[in-house]
Design a protein around this ligand. Structure first.
Ligand SMILES: *Cc1c(COP(=O)(O)O)cnc(C)c1O
Length: 670
């Protein structure tokens, strides 16, 4: 989809052109799948820039490239994490809208009340924003540890919102939850391990009051996907059915059954196949009904997380996608639970989901710059006087390939195309033979190093010329595998000012795919294939897996770098988990981050700026003392000055560099 430009700058070039090699912004959008996974937030403008519509189709848009330029003007250097708080709010609205529609459609006699799992993105501004935007639905928080409980307690001030308390719980965790109920909050302590019920009973009798209580059930329903092992009999969390019954009896004996309000299950993140969810819902619905029959008041059914994101826009049950929409998900939850309750005269529960990924993925965009590119050049070195025969042979082969390209365009029938392919193959065989000859000649001392370099350049230029030529052939032309592989052989490494371990750890840890693409020049046909290498010294520090409609490709279509011009890449849909799982590998710290809101009268405002870690901060995180470090180097300088090895002016320059580095972010300066 091509979005309208946010403003109409004068002199926007026309993108439609009659030439067969014409390439428009719409082609760029299609190539990178923007028109599939980007809807409704990301698209391309006619100038070939990524355009962001933070409120989806409700109006207002920003040119991402202009935005980055202006943020750079505020001294916010790349890599930069841009958080669109409007998108977060829009996701929240869509989630509630989907459940509201499902509830109306199925005549469900209950409501939906969600919570945000804090582990998905614990950044204060993010959690605050969700609580604030979610107030009208009494949207709550889910904590999975004591530290997250502290976040939930301090930020969730809505007495009607749920505060779901998951994870391992010690006595202090439970007592904190009980006291939170006295503060007027709604803490639900979810029993996930069989021994937790005894701790709840002990804490409740000591404090003379209980929290609300939930039970997490281990479902037997099958699962698929990466998190498949978080369900089933051997899951880490949750009670088996015998344990559920024992727990209910213990609560009854302790007089706490009246506080048992919620049944919880969680079958893992990013459910790809909706069939898996349906099975789980049926099983949980039956358990819920049984719990009410056992005399628990209940009232809430919490279906956990798992609502997936279609990272590659393929709508398939593959790892980077889902075979359902948000609306399908809500419909299935509502319809299935209704079926479990209504026929048995059981009051339908308030439906709770802990959807993290589905809420937080879209709102943040990571933009990084490319520092340079390695790869095969395509320049043809000019002929030297009295050039060696081998080099002249290579030069003639290159000329021949280019000439085939010119003739090929004239023929135009099947036989003609086949002839073109045959001649290209022949020429490539020649080129390879001449290159081998050149290497042999070099080894035997008949070719100089500069001559060998010329031979290699001519070979790659031939390779490039063949790749170009193949591109021009009509689709469906049969191309031998050897020639098909040539474009990949030309692939380059693009050096990214980024740490994958800090900013996109899941690409490395669990092979997660995120849409990655240049945020400008989308109206220009990409002529290179490449992958990204990051700043760390780790060979795993790379992005070399890209979305490809339900599949994965190892190389991405990219543009040649232009001297003096930046090349900016965006990594999209990384708002969930990436920032909080990132680590200090090679001591690359957090990046600069900004919160952007659409402004009422058009344009935007910068709500918060969160500065990235400085070198001093990451050193301190590893227990190093920056002052001590400076002092040691000062002493070493003094000694070197004393020995006469270092001039005083150089010592001063060294100390200035050290001090400035400590205060700067860990990334490269433009
Ligand atoms: C991780 C987790 C979630 C969030 O899952 P998403 O797939 O991100 O929605 C919800 N509930 C529990 C118990 C979790 O562990």
């Amino acid at each position: 989809m091509v979005f309208a430009e946010p403003t109409s700058p004068p002199g926007v070039p026309s993108v439609a052109s009659g030439r067969p090699d014409a390439w428009s912004a719409a082609d760029g959008a299609a190539l990178y799948g923007l028109d599939r996974w980007g809807e409704p937030y990301f698209g391309v403008g006619a100038r070939g820039h990524v355009i962001v519509q933070p409120r989806g189709d409700r109006g207002g848009s920003l040119d991402l490239v202009e935005l980055v330029r202006e943020l750079q003007g505020r001294d916010l250097s790349l890599p930069l994490l841009i958080r669109f708080d409007d998108i977060l709010e829009d996701r929240l609205e869509r989630l509630h809208g989907a459940f509201e529609r499902a509830i109306a459609q199925y005549g469900y006699n209950g409501r939906y009340q969600g919570v945000f799992p804090v582990k998905c993105n614990q950044q204060r501004h993010v959690v605050e924003q969700l609580v604030e935007s979610g107030r009208r639905w009494h949207f709550g928080l889910e904590a999975g540890s004591k530290a997250e409980l502290l976040i939930a307690l301090s930020l969730l001030d809505d007495p009607d919102a749920l505060m779901i308390c998951n994870g391992y719980k010690d006595r202090r965790y439970i007592e904190t939850a009980i006291l939170a109920r006295r503060l007027g909050r709604q803490p639900v302590v979810v029993i996930e391990q069989a021994d937790e019920v005894e701790r709840i009973i002990a804490a409740s009798s000591a404090l003379g009051g209980a929290p609300f209580i939930g039970i997490r059930a281990k479902l037997s329903a099958r699962s698929t996907g990466r998190w498949g092992s978080s369900v089933g009999e051997r899951a880490k969390f949750g009670l088996s059915i015998p344990d559920v019954l024992t727990t209910v009896e213990r609560l009854r004996e302790a007089g706490l059954l009246d506080d048992l309000r919620l049944l919880h299950f969680h079958i893992g993140s990013q459910i790809n196949d909706i069939a898996v969810l349906k099975d789980a819902l049926q099983e949980a619905g039956q358990i819920y009904a049984e719990l009410t029959r056992l005399g628990a008041p209940m009232g809430f059914l919490d279906v956990g997380g798992g609502l997936g994101i279609d990272y590659d826009g393929s709508r398939t049950a593959t790892a980077a996608s889902t075979n359902y929409s948000l609306q399908n998900y809500a419909n299935d939850v509502v319809a299935t639970i209704r079926e479990c309750c209504e026929p048995h005269g059981i009051r339908p529960p308030t439906l709770v989901s802990e959807s993290g990924r589905a809420l937080a993925s879209h709102f943040s965009v990571l933009v990084f710059d490319v520092l340079g590119a390695g790869g095969r050049g395509e320049t043809v070195p000019p002929p030297a006087e009295g050039e060696a025969l081998i080099l002249r042979n290579l030069r003639d082969t290159h000329a021949l390939i280019t000439a085939i390209a010119a003739e090929g365009g004239l023929e135009g029938d099947d036989a003609g195309e086949r002839a073109v392919v045959e001649r290209l193959q022949e020429a490539w065989n020649d080129a390879l033979k001449f290159k081998e000859d050149a290497l042999t000649a070099f080894r035997l001392g008949y070719l100089s190093l500069p001559e060998r370099a010329t031979a290699e350049r001519l070979t790659w230029a031939s390779c490039q010329a063949i790749a170009r030529q193949l591109e021009g052939l009509p689709p469906g032309t049969v191309i031998p595998q050897e020639l098909q592989a040539l474009p990949a052989a030309l692939a380059g490494t693009y050096y990214a000012n980024l740490s994958v371990f800090r900013s996109a750890p899941d690409t490395w840890a669990i092979d997660q795919l995120f849409p990655v693409l240049p945020i400008h020049r989308l109206d220009e046909r990409p002529t290179r294939l490449g992958s990204f290498a990051d700043l760390t010294c780790d060979s795993d520090g790379k992005i070399a897996r890209f979305i490809d409609r339900g599949q994965v490709k190892p190389l991405l279509e990219l543009h040649g770098l232009r001297p003096g011009e930046p090349y900016w890449i965006g990594l999209f849909l990384g708002g969930a988990y990436q920032e909080v799982m990132g680590n200090l590998h090679n001591l690359f710290g957090s990046t600069n981050a900004v919160h952007i809101r659409l402004a009422a009268g058009g344009g935007y405002r910068v709500d918060h700026v969160v500065r990235g870690n400085t070198n001093a901060e990451v050193l301190e995180a590893m227990e190093h003392d920056p002052d001590l470090l400076l002092e040691r180097l000062r002493l070493a300088s003094e000694q070197a000055i004393g020995r006469g090895d270092l001039a005083i002016s150089d010592a001063r320059r060294l100390m200035a560099h050290l001090k400035a580095s400590l205060e700067q972010t860990t990334y490269l300066e433009a």
